[in-house]
Design a protein around this ligand. Structure first.
Ligand code: DGI
Ligand code: FE
Ligand code: FE
Length: 410
């Protein structure tokens, strides 16, 4: 395997790191990229008031998830430097990785500052034995010659492999400036939305939002920070579709957007994590729910949205019923159920027919969606939740009544 190693303070991980990671992973044709946030960086002091290790780790995971999505390369975030006592020397990290990957090709990535100070690192010869060094530089800069000369010099002095890699999408970001501009909102543009949302959610770097009084613009990245990278497009699509459906069918547009943004906020949690939230929020579960992980996130998501963001009962209920539906749903509940089903990234047999029907008639669309769910569950041999069946039967009754009614008039 070809494994890239990219370390740093990641305080915070920003688009400069992310773009470099994506482009390097692609250009080096990596099988895997390891992101390693430093515990105590050896070469500089971590600024006072910097977030705890756990927060830097969580932010790096969010950035890494996006880098994996964009590059198609597996990304793993390791806490081995944070878990180690004392300063985070690269040579110690490489020794550990070499033990773990004895036969694989290890590429150690570094930026300009690191590359030009390499001789002053701890045990540079050993580093050069343990991994191939790859130094990034900006393609548009006139630095190819200087980088080539430095690589030549390091090769002559330490042996081993020193390569340079021109990147097209490098953006220079000063982490110091980013931290300073966080509270004013000036840094948002240089951060992956999921990372920015995490910072706002955890009140890091001097930000201090009241999570119960957010504008929808503030809520958007915060909602994304709860998700796996690949789910972000779905949630944004659901919120946007919910807004349009709410406009057409007369639900509250703001509530539709908020419920759309938060509807899957606990989706990535494991069964034990879901059960812990059920315990925390006093959520009762029936026998099926105790076994069906996919049914739990609607209940825990609604509870979290109310607890953390103070959403009202209408939004709470729209999230609560978004997976199964139920008899006699409110317009907002139908809107969220269906926006989730037909948002633009959804792709399954029949989705276009469902989209057409939803835009023609909300209840006929809802019945069609419920019937598709029942059919899918039957095909997969999954037990169908009573609420799904009851929602379908309720609507069937209503539609039949409608048909009977119009039949009589003829
Ligand atoms: O969270 P999403 O994937 O965006 O969508 P969702 O909340 O509608 O969840 C869909 C999943 O929930 C899908 O994998 C099927 C499952 N599901 C929905 N209704 C039922 C159900 N699973 C069971 N066992 N029974 C149901 O009635
Ligand atoms: Fe869901
Ligand atoms: Fe969803």
């Amino acid at each position: 395997m070809k494994i890239g190693i990219y370390g740093g303070s990641f305080n915070p991980p920003h688009l400069g790191h992310q773009n470099a990671a994506v482009e390097a992973a692609e250009k080096c044709a990596l099988d895997k990229l390891l992101l390693i946030p430093a515990g105590i960086p050896p070469h500089k002091v971590m600024e006072q008031g910097s977030p705890a290790n756990g927060h830097r780790l969580a932010m790096t995971r969010l950035m890494g998830g996006q880098a994996a999505l964009q590059s198609g390369v597996e990304v793993e975030v390791l806490d081995l430097e944070m878990a180690r006592e004392g300063k985070s020397y690269t040579v110690d990290t490489l020794r550990a990785l070499r033990r773990q990957y004895p036969d694989d090709e290890l590429l150690l990535f570094m930026g300009t500052d690191m590359f030009f100070s390499f001789e002053s690192w701890r045990a540079p010869e050993e580093i050069a034995e343990l991994a191939k060094i790859v130094a990034f530089y900006r393609n548009e800069d006139d630095s190819a010659a200087a980088f080539a000369a430095q690589a030549e010099k390091l090769r002559a002095r330490f042996g081993g492999s020193f390569e340079t890699l021109a990147l097209d999408r490098v953006i220079e970001v000063s982490s110091t400036a980013l931290r300073a501009g966080m509270a004013s909102g000036a840094s948002e543009a240089m951060l992956e939305p999921q990372v920015y949302g995490y910072i706002l959610r955890e009140h890091l770097y001097g930000t201090d939002l009241d999570l119960k009084r957010l504008t929808v613009q503030q809520l958007r990245p915060i909602a994304l920070s709860y998700l796996k990278a690949k789910r972000c497009a779905h949630v944004l699509g659901t919120a946007a579709t919910a807004v349009k459906l709410a406009e057409k069918y007369g639900a509250d547009v703001h509530r539709a957007e908020v419920a759309g943004l938060l509807h899957d906020c606990t989706k990535k949690l494991s069964m034990p994590e879901q059960l812990a939230l059920c315990e925390k929020y006093g959520i009762a579960l029936d026998e099926l729910e105790k076994k069906a992980l996919k049914l739990l996130h609607a209940k825990t998501g609604a509870a979290l949205a109310r607890d953390v963001f103070g959403v009202d009962d209408e939004i709470y209920n729209a999230i609560l019923w978004h997976t199964t539906g139920k008899p006699d749903m409110t317009v907002l509940e139908k809107v969220i159920y269906l926006a989730d089903f037909i948002e633009p990234t959804r792709d399954f047999p029949g989705v276009d027919a469902l989209r057409r029907t939803v835009w023609e008639d909300l209840d006929r669309g809802l019945l069609m969606g419920l019937e598709m769910t029942v059919e899918e569950m039957e095909e997969m041999g999954n037990p169908i939740h009573v609420n799904t069946l009851a929602a379908r039967d309720y609507l069937k009754g209503k539609t039949n009544e409608g048909k009977a009614g119009s039949g009589q008039q003829l």
